[in-house]
Design a protein around this ligand. Structure first.
Ligand code: ATP
Ligand code: AMO
Length: 447
């Protein structure tokens, strides 16, 4: 069989006859012409079927029969299409395929997702098919580019991939969003973050990272929350929090550049502003103290364009505050030194200011909100034990974690990036549900 060419590569075959394996996503035309919209997962592309060419090649009877068969192909029929690649400005792709043969592989009937607009609940019910759309293909390609850029970044910066468990005997972040399961008559929890295990990894192997699914029983519906999402977590010893911010900035820039370099077709499909993304790579990120962010929010809360509630120093931000700040700053911005009161137990206090902790959330620009949470970790055994008690947790559950402070405790820091938040930001999508193949949300676990 003739070797198949991926649609994304057809530009390398101008003037040549090629064969592609694809699905028919749409079809139009009349009379002697049929336009086939083909997709193969790498890109979408138009093939043109011209009846006189078929008659010339196969004779009147066979040529007409072949042309008529093509005319009646249903959406999502799978086909091998052979044709000659031609440059054509009228085609959105810049190229077209002048078809010489179409071979049906699998038929299709009454495909539910027609080219008209469908409601989002209908599309989510049909997520297994919705993934075939051009936009969803583009988002998944961006997701892939981010994952590859992440591995590349950590590898180049001396990090080892260290896999933390999914089933755990203790909470990592908070106890309100835990999924509990039965583990041979004892309670176990699905991981909310690999961080605590990564800290053990950092004391054993130095720079470590982990990339895997995490689970949070998020009770509310927002456009930024899933109940199952993928987290890129990193941890490293002998580092201060400022140095950690430098690394996070370099990491985010590396991912953006990776998307620009390796997912340009997807960015084009999504009509993402390339120059804006390039600006984020070329401009230093901002660093703003939490208390300054509160002052800013307070100063603007009476403005016409704000729709957030009043916040006091010491309050957590709500999504509307994050959205506003993230729009205001215009470039990715670290908000640092949040109040200890609503952050996790393992964070180290700011020297001389025990009410604030050495942590940062990275807010993406354009209203996308938080994409990274990170901190310098508490290193003192007694202080950490007391913090665990103050948070209403049982130090016995954390004995192994406390051991890390008993045997050669060192300053260390780390951070976690929510992959789907990054995908949403890069793809410029409205809602996080499109950033993962099969989204899990409060009311949705199927398909
Ligand atoms: P995220 O913050 O986005 O949940 P996180 O795990 O770091 O990630 P927190 O630090 O606990 O969460 O919360 C920070 C902010 O995130 C909250 O102030 C709020 O803006 C938003 N947020 C968190 N959980 C929810 C939720 N379930 N619904 C709406 N907004 C939320
Ligand atoms: P944090 O709780 O801030 O930090 O989570 C890290 C990042 O995970 C993403 N995220 C989510 N994405 C989708 N759906 C959700 N429900 C959701 N919740 C969080 C966000 C967030 O910035 N252990 C620390 C990390 C560390 O310090 O190493 C942690 O889990 O992008």
């Amino acid at each position: 069989m003739k070797e198949l060419v991926s649609i994304i590569n057809v530009k390398d075959y101008v003037g040549k006859e090629i064969k592609i394996g694809a699905w028919l996503s749409d079809k139009s035309g009349k009379g002697k012409l049929q336009f086939l919209q083909l997709r193969d997962g790498t890109a979408f592309f138009q093939a043109v079927v011209f009846k006189p060419n078929f008659i010339e090649k196969y004779g009147e009877e066979e040529g007409t029969a072949k042309f008529d068969e093509i005319k009646h192909l249903a959406q999502e029929t799978s086909v091998y299409v052979t044709g000659v690649v031609k440059e054509d400005e009228r085609s959105k792709f810049g190229y077209e395929l002048d078809v010489t043969d179409v071979e049906v592989i699998g038929t299709s009937h009454d495909y539910p997702i027609t080219p008209k607009d469908h409601g989002v609940e209908f599309l989510l019910d049909n997520r297994h098919l919705w993934l075939r759309s051009k936009r969803q293909m583009a988002i998944m390609q961006i997701r892939n580019a981010i994952i590859y850029a992440s591995y590349d970044f950590f590898d180049k910066n001396g990090f080892i991939k260290f896999d933390s468990p999914i089933l755990s005997g203790n909470a990592a972040e908070n106890t309100t969003e835990l999924f509990e399961t039965d583990y041979f008559d004892k309670p176990a929890f699905l991981s909310q973050s690999g961080q605590l295990y990564l800290e053990a990894g950092a004391m054993a192997l130095g720079r470590v990272f982990d990339f895997g699914p995490v689970f949070r029983a998020e009770k509310s519906k927002t456009r930024r929350h899933l109940t199952e999402f993928w987290m890129m977590d990193a941890e490293y010893p002998f580092v201060t929090h400022d140095e950690s911010l430098d690394l996070q900035e370099a990491y985010v820039k590396h991912m953006i550049q990776g998307v620009l370099d390796n997912a340009s077709y997807a960015l084009e499909v999504l009509e993402r502003d390339i120059s804006l993304l390039q600006k984020y790579v070329d401009t230093p990120f901002m660093r703003v103290a939490y208390d300054d962010a509160i002052d800013l929010l307070q100063a603007h809360e009476a403005d016409e364009d704000t729709d957030y509630e009043h916040v006091e120093h010491g309050d957590d931000f709500g999504s509307p505050h994050e959205t506003w700040l993230s729009n205001f700053y215009g470039v990715p911005t670290f908000v640092i030194n949040y109040p200890a009161s609503f952050k996790a137990f393992y964070m180290k206090p700011v020297p001389g200011n025990p009410e604030r902790v050495l942590c940062a959330d990275l807010l993406a620009p354009e209203g996308y909100g938080e994409i990274i949470g990170g901190s310098e970790r508490e290193t003192d055994y007694d202080v950490l034990t007391q913090k665990i008690i103050d948070f209403g947790l049982d130090p016995k559950d954390y004995d192994w974690y406390l051991d890390l402070r008993k045997y050669g405790s060192v300053p260390h820091a780390g951070f976690g990036l929510g992959l789907e938040r990054m995908v949403t930001f890069m793809a410029g999508t409205e809602h996080i549900r499109e950033a993962i193949p099969f989204p899990r949300m409060i009311n949705r676990i199927k398909p």
